[in-house]
Design a protein around this ligand. Sequence first.
Ligand SMILES: Cc1ncc(COP(=O)(O)O)c(C=O)c1O
Length: 376
Amino acid sequence: MDLKHNFGAGPAKLPPAVLETARRQLLDYQGTGISVMEMSHRSKEFQTIASKCEQDLREILSISDNYAVLFMQGGATTQFSCVPLNINRSDISPRAAYIDTGFWSDRAIAEAKRLTKVEVIAESRSQSYRSLPLDLNAKLEAARERLADTQYLHFTDNETIHGIEFPPAYDFKNGDCPLISDMSSNIMSRQIDVSRYGLIYAGAQKNMGPSGLTIVIVRKDLIGLAHPQGPIPYLLDYKVLADNDSMANTPPTFAWYLCGLVCQWVKDQGGLAAIEAMNEEKAKILYQAIDESRLFENPVDPAYRSRMNVPFVIKRSDPDKKIEKAFLAQADKQGFIGLAGHRAVGGMRASLYNAVDLDSTKALCQLIRQFDKDFA
Ligand SMILES: Cc1ncc(COP(=O)(O)O)c(C=O)c1O
């Protein structure tokens, strides 16, 4: 039974069934007499845990053999550095293209600028990050020649703070320039065609497990391109990770094990088709409750609203944030946690990751409706 309605943005709610299995196995993993936490990463038992997790991930996301799956550390933030350090084909100019759609794109761009030459091809900062960049594909088409001589095109599939998500199967006009996606906050929430990407990365702590583990899915021809460009820290080199089955040093074993349990849970739910349908339903009812209210609004262009992170604000004047504070206090009293917006933008935010169920979402809709009735 859930004790709280956890709508936090991350580290986020894990499926209760996963936590229950972990609890049962905590002290004695399958009769070994020790915890997974105490087990050598080279042991037979952990090797089985690790490879089953990878196989399940490959099955869930339909990842073909020409992609490597790397289990890394350092969070998605470390990937902001790894991507420009690793993707450096010697026959292409040392420069990268980025699309800026919010806080996390911005962070990725800032780090890339320290490491390579960056062109921001399109941005929605000028629209206060309430939509995708205007004429994005026209801009990509206009940059076609430059993109042909650019290492990669990076974008953030779901902006966790601003609540903007690319529509599924968005048809990027990137030509042959490898598409690189930060999917930290929407990986495994819907079906994707991995073959469209050169590389996908995600911190695990929203839809895949606890923090401490970062998943990188990389097309094999993009591995091993770092060396001619100069020194790269050993553990940031995709080739080192790929050549050592992600065990070039001690990996985050317990996080990896939990990620495996989450993958099994996703399969038990009926895979990504079922997960996706549930996520759409949750997002639909929550946006509806917000849109129908007199007090609250979601500031994002409806065409690009995130199914995972739903920011909402008080739409009337709210001196000293009185209404906002009253809503959060009421939410707290009723067992809701994680509803305060990110400190960069304020307001409220509900994260609807896979483990948040329909009942909790309905309870949040009810809270919004009731508060709106009492306060508006
Ligand atoms: C889309 C996105 N990218 C990157 C990050 C940074 O991730 P980490 O804290 O794993 O470095 C986050 C964190 O919330 C995120 O949501």
